[in-house]
Design a protein around this ligand. Structure first.
Ligand code: FMN
Length: 249
């Protein structure tokens, strides 16, 4: 019996401990080809996926992220937004004509959406193959260093990693915000009307943290979010993007 795509999606939980078993070339190819089949704005395909097999690079990426599963996994993919490829296919004159567009916030949004859609296809495919995944925004802890390690040309930016492998843990499903808070009808639901659902969710997440097997703690979503957004992080990303000649105007 095959598991349906919806069952795979509904069973998602991030995996942060993998068995010491590499993915096969065939598995990698299936995952990347499925990523490529995602919708892509204007068919630009404004992303590049870099597979990391060099142990020294992997170790340095793990150090940047501070998370051992960046190193200890079946395969590590780094998803990059890429406007370099489309720039380079033009003649010198054409490149000049493209410049304004390539530097725009609009095209920056396009490349991040393209990369994220491809990555989610990759994630679902990996999970459909019985593997586990974890997205890794922690690579942006030192975005310049990742850029240098992977030798990314201008207009290519590292966005996040995707660790894939054979799961060596079985975490519980993590609850999500109530449907009513996220799905609004016709117009945006005023925050006052969302608040009761958020309170309900705070209680649910509090209970989840109390009963889960790993990393038990006392916390609510509201507390977590206020803490997170009160501590600005990675403020070097904006100047980095400008230096890479993207998201400039
Ligand atoms: C873009 C992105 C970046 C993420 N970065 C990290 C990360 O650096 N480290 C990590 O352990 N989890 C990371 N996650 C996983 C989230 O923490 C996780 O998806 C979320 O807490 C929900 O839990 P679940 O995936 O188990 O349902 C990331 C997820 C996304 C979408």
């Amino acid at each position: 019996m095959t598991i349906s795509a919806i069952d795979t999606i509904m069973s998602h939980r991030s995996i942060r401990k993998f068995k010491n078993q590499k993915l096969s070339e065939e598995q990698i190819q299936t995952i990347v080809t499925a990523a490529q089949q995602a919708s892509t704005s204007s068919h630009v395909m404004a992303y590049t996926i870099i597979g990391i097999t060099d142990e020294s690079i992997k170790e340095q990426l793990a150090e940047i992220s501070g998370q051992p599963y960046v190193k200890d996994n079946g395969h590590l993919f780094v998803f990059c937004g890429d406007l370099h490829r489309v720039e380079q296919i033009g003649s010198n004159e054409e490149r000049l004509a493209m410049q304004k567009s390539l530097e725009s916030s609009e095209q920056f949004i396009v490349m991040t959406i393209d990369a994220a859609l491809a990555a989610q296809n990759a994630a679902i495919t990996a999970e459909g193959l019985g593997l586990g995944i974890c997205f890794l925004g922690s690579l942006r802890n030192d975005v310049q260093k990742v850029n240098d390690l992977l030798r990314l040309p201008p207009r290519v930016i590292p966005l996040f990693g995707l660790a894939v492998g054979y799961p060596d843990q079985e975490p519980e499903l993590k609850p999500r915000l109530p449907y009513e808070a996220v799905y609004h009808h016709n117009t945006y639901l005023q925050i006052e009307k969302q608040l009761p659902f958020i309170q309900q969710f705070d209680q649910e997440l509090h209970d989840y943290y109390q009963i889960r097997t790993q990393n038990k703690r006392k916390d609510t979503w509201t507390e977590q979010m206020v803490r997170k957004f009160s501590n600005p992080i990675r403020m070097d990303v904006a100047p980095f993007l400008k230096m890479k000649n993207v998201n400039k105007q």
